[in-house]
Structures are given as C-alpha cells and as structure tokens.
Design a protein around this ligand. Structure first.
Ligand code: ADP
Ligand code: MG
Length: 385
C-alpha cells in the first residue's frame, strides 16, 4: 500500500461516497513487550502502541444504517440496526465494525448512522492487533460523529466486547487497552485482574535504543487448539493449588507449588506463568529506574520459558531470536500467543538494520520464507487523525 495512510482513508472516502469526510480518527497496532499467557491467569502484561495506524474517515449517513469500505476489500459492506443488534449477522471483516456499533448500542448510546472508509498500515493477522486498531478507530469516529458521552476509559472494554461478543473471538483486554491508552515513549503496565493501568516510561529514542519487530511469517499451526489446551492446563493447576488463578502464586512459592503438582508438563506450564509474571514486574522496575537497556536478559529469558516450559514457539521464531541475539540485540523474544506471529528484539538504534539483515539471512539459510522487519518506538494511542 502506498501513500500516507490518513490520505488513503480520505481518498477512499471521497472515491466511495463522492463526498468529504467529517471526521478522521487513527488507532495504532500494538506489541507486547513482555508478559505472555499471563493475561488469562489474572497476571501482568506490558504492551506498547506502534507507529503503524489504522485510519477511519467518516461522515454521517442515513439513520440506523452504516456503510463501510476498507482498502483491503473492493466491496463496501452495508448494514442496518437489525443486523448490528444481532451478533454474528454481519460476518467477515465488517463484523469488527458492526460489533462496535452493537457494543455502543448495547451500552445504551444513540449511535449515528454513518459512512466509513478505512485504510491501514497495520499488518493483518500478524499478532500486532489490527483487530483492536480497527475497532478502536471506528469507535472513536462514531463517538465523535454522534457527540456521544463516552469517556475514553470506557473505550477499551466496549471495543473488547465488539470482538468477544459480536465477532466471537475470545480475547483479553490487553489489545484494546494498549491501542486506546498508548502514549509516546511509554509502555502500558496492565494488571489483568484489577484492570488497573500505569504508564511506564519507555523512551527508547532518548536511550539510543529501538525495538525491531520481526514478522515470522510462520503459518499458524493448530494455534487455537494449543491455546485452549494451555489455558485449561493453567486453570486445572490453579484449582489443584487452591488459588483463584496462577497470578496468586508468587515466585518465592514456586518450588513448593511445583512439588504439589504430579505431572511434569503441568509443572512446566506453571513455571512459565509464575516466572513470566515476575519478569514483567522486574521489567517495570528497571524501566522505572531508567534502565531500559538492562531489560534485554528478561526478554531473552521470557523466550526461553515460552520455548522450553510453555512450548509455544516454532522454528521460525526461535531462529529469529537466535539470529537477533547473535547480531548484538540486547534481548529478544517471541511476542503474542505463539505458534508463529512476531518476534521483538531490543537493539541499539544504530544496529537495527544490521540485526534485521542478520535475521533475514538466517531465514534464508534455513529455507524459511523471508520475514517482515520493522523498527519501532512506542507511539501514541487513538488520536484524531
Ligand atoms: P491481528 O489482530 O493480530 O491482526 P486478528 O485475527 O485478531 O489478527 O484480526 C484480523 C482481522 O481483523 C482481519 O482478518 C479482518 O477481519 C479485521 N481487520 C483488521 N484490520 C482491518 C482493516 N484495515 N480492514 C478490514 N478488516 C480489518
Ligand atoms: Mg487481534
């Protein structure tokens, strides 16, 4: 896709509807710095918003009707209140838009009819949360068009409901929180139990650092079934240990907890979650102390834990991590649910291209399809765009 993403949204709007958009909103993708498979264990995550954005250009439309066009599809999709009010009636990509209309209406808000045009630089389906980006940008545009009384702290929950209850994808609150609340130069420390959030300074630019994101391009192998199995295993272990969630096992009690579990696989799963929660806390402590460079070993330890204990990595992501470390990254790990998706590496900004080249070369050597690479700094959340 060429040209600035905001210009593409406006141009798409003009071409589709032969009119000028009234509002334009942008929402970023996100990446999780550390804290994997901790969310459904009531634990901690630390995502940040990316400079890649999804932009929605919109104007009022006929009452109770919505028309949406995305540059990813030639055909616009149109739906009315009846379809929006029944989860599942609108399917395909437009379900993410209808789901937002549904969630706002279910919250008792008077959502204005609208025409929308969507352009995006967030890769779709790579684990950088193009889904939360489209939901949040659409939500912001509709709130703005309708002058709806909806403070931004409620946006993540409503966007999540669109995805959970209308689209039917059972995801946690991390993606929408990061996308809505992200702040330039910060990561978002989220307690998945209390849903409390805190902005943690993560000013890579000032430290001469950057994050290299590598899209592994690995085909997702059995990801849904494996995810469900990991989740079940954690829930069963928590029940055996007599705690509400594995979040309640502090790392100091890990050995005692492991001794109470009789199967080796479950012990490894628990060890990942308990140590991963601690790594998030340790990362936050280092960032608060302005020691971003020193979080590298925690990232790499997180990867080893996902590879050996949680067993959710694949050869492509292991290769990317190893190659990045060998080329001088301070730390590297898979990010996202696993079985493909993205890897992130903390690098000196001056080395970012060399590390990316080293990963690409390692892929070629192993005969893998070329990875996508992108150097990022923590960016702002939803903005008028
Ligand atoms: P991820 O969030 O990791 O990118 P998901 O599977 O959660 O992957 O969400 C991807 C889906 O979101 C796409 O298949 C599509 O249905 C929808 N989507 C995301 N961005 C757009 C867009 N710009 N235009 C149309 N649909 C989009
Ligand atoms: Mg998603």
């Amino acid at each position: 896709m060429s040209g600035d993403v905001a210009d593409r949204a406006t141009a798409g709007f003009r071409q589709r509807y032969d009119a000028e958009p009234a509002v334009r909103w942008a929402a970023p993708g996100r990446v999780n710095l550390i804290g994997e498979h901790t969310d459904y264990n009531d634990g901690f995550v630390l995502p940040f918003a990316l400079p890649l954005r999804t932009v929605v250009a919109a104007a009022p439309g006929p009452d109770g009707r919505w028309t949406v066009w995305s540059e990813l599809d030639d055909e616009p999709v149109e739906f009315g209140a009846a379809e929006a009010d029944e989860p599942g009636r609108v399917d395909g990509w437009a379900a993410y838009v209808a789901g937002v209309v549904w969630a706002l209406r279910a919250a008792g808000l008077d959502v204005p009819g609208a025409r929308l045009a969507i352009a995006s630089d967030v890769p779709v389906g790579s684990g950088l949360s193009s889904s939360a980006a489209i939901e949040s940008a659409v939500l912001a545009a509709l709130v703005d068009l309708g002058g709806l009384d909806l403070p931004t702290d409620r946006w993540p929950r409503l966007a999540q409901r669109a995805e959970n209850d209308y689209v039917g994808a059972p995801t946690g609150i991390m993606d929408q929180s990061a996308v809505v609340r992200g702040r330039e130069g910060h990561a978002l420390f989220l307690d998945c139990r209390s849903e409390e959030v805190e902005q943690i300074p993560f000013d890579l630019d000032a430290a001469g650092l950057a994050v290299l994101v590598v899209d592994s391009r690995a085909p997702h192998r059995h990801a849904d079934g494996e995810y469900a199995a990991r989740r079940r295993s954690c829930e069963r272990a928590a029940a055996t240990l007599g705690v509400a969630a594995l979040r309640d096992v502090p790392v100091a009690d890990l050995d005692a907890a492991l001794a109470r579990l009789d199967d080796e696989e479950t012990r490894r799963r628990v060890r990942h979650v308990v140590t991963e929660n601690q790594r998030v806390l340790d990362t936050v402590a280092l960032l608060r102390a302005d020691r971003a460079r020193d979080i590298g070993p925690l990232l790499t330890a997180s990867h080893a834990s996902m590879r050996d204990d949680f067993e959710i990595t694949v050869p492509e992501v292991d290769t990317a991590v190893e190659a990045a470390l060998a080329a001088g990254a301070h730390g590297a790990r898979m990010t996202g649910g696993g079985f493909g998706g993205c890897v992130l590496a903390l690098v000196d900004a001056a080395d970012a291209d060399a590390v990316a080249d080293a990963v690409t070369a390692a892929y070629a050597e192993r005969g893998f399809a070329a990875p996508g690479t992108l150097t990022v700094l923590p960016a702002a959340g939803v903005t008028r765009g």
